[in-house]
Design a protein around this ligand. Structure first.
Ligand SMILES: [Fe+2]
Length: 312
């Protein structure tokens, strides 16, 4: 059956990056090998641990009632509030016992094909460094707080954990069709900025939302953004903004729904029909959308972050 990922590939072997596939140019530090893994996790100072604790406390002011229940349960299961930056060895032991995943330290953003390979083998690469007081509110490059606090609790959910592994395996097929941008959009609108319909309202499960204080409230409650039920074909044709709050979020019914919509779909046919670039702007609502809430786009139209507009 045609699916998100090839069934017959040996996913234990690091894939080659095809010469014609473009990815972000990243300079590999000399001390890491082809797997891009740090030999060991950084030793954090007491200031670093205090930054983690303050970031943690700030999120706990806004997450209850807005974060997906699976995320809140994951925080508990992994005892992420025990104080200071979590030690990856202990964290991996706990996570491995739950869903077979581990957390491995990387120095910075890593190339797509290496990232896919780790995910396909149930290893989550997490940034080793932590932001400073100067960049406390906003950093562009994911640090250990974004990666561990934002992503790892969701990996305690068995269905979500399987989805992440399948996403990694999907990289091989996307590279063979040279459609990494489209697969990247799927990651963006689910793993980073996904919303979930729960019985008592819309909750956030995406790490990009959950690791910052403003977007948690904006994504779940503001009038500005569009909220549209996830449709994989549509999402993979949709552009996204990386340095501001999203004009549009996509909503899933459940993690089983996410898994079925993606993993069990015929991606060969989809990739053959996808143009190389994006078709839809990140603020557009199109005819086939199943709209949960059409946004006023007020924040975006006022100029977003750069204009100082309120995230309403
Ligand atoms: Fe992330």
């Amino acid at each position: 059956m045609a699916t998100l990922a090839h069934k017959e590939t040996d996913y234990t072997r690091l894939p080659d990056l095809p010469a014609d596939v473009y990815t972000a140019p990243l300079q590999k530090p000399e001390h890491v090998g082809d797997d891009w893994l740090e030999p060991k996790q950084t030793s954090y100072t007491s200031d670093d641990d205090a930054i983690w604790n303050d970031l943690f406390a700030r999120q706990m002011d806004v997450l209850p009632g807005r974060a997906a229940s699976a995320f809140m349960a994951g925080l508990q299961k992994l005892n992420l509030n025990r104080g200071g930056v979590p030690e990856f060895g202990k964290l991996s032991e706990d996570l491995d016992a739950l869903t077979g995943w581990t957390v491995v330290p990387v120095p910075m953003l890593i190339p797509d094909h290496v990232f896919f390979w780790h995910l396909a083998n149930r290893r989550f690469p997490a940034g080793n460094f932590i932001r400073t007081r100067e960049t406390f509110d906003y950093i562009q490059e994911p640090d250990v707080f974004h990666d561990v606090f934002g992503h790892v609790p969701m990996l305690t959910d068995p269905v979500y954990a399987d989805y992440m592994q399948e996403y990694g395996r999907a990289g091989w097929k996307a590279m063979s069709y040279n459609r990494l941008k489209a697969l990247g959009a799927l990651y963006w609108y689910t793993v980073e900025f996904g919303l979930l319909q729960e019985a008592d309202g819309i909750k956030a499960y995406g790490a990009g939302i959950l690791s910052g204080p403003t977007e948690v409230v904006y994504a779940t409650e503001a009038k500005s953004p569009n909220r549209i039920m996830l449709n994989v074909d549509r999402v993979m044709r949709t552009d996204y903004v990386i340095s501001d709050l999203q004009p549009t979020y996509f909503v899933i019914e459940s993690f089983e729904d996410l898994y079925r919509q993606t993993v069990e779909r015929d991606f060969d046919r989809l990739y053959r029909s996808l143009p190389p670039g994006f078709t839809f702007a990140n603020s557009s609502v199109i005819d086939l959308d199943n709209v949960v809430q059409r946004g006023s786009l007020e924040y975006t139209l006022r100029g977003g972050r750069g204009s100082g507009a309120d995230p309403v």
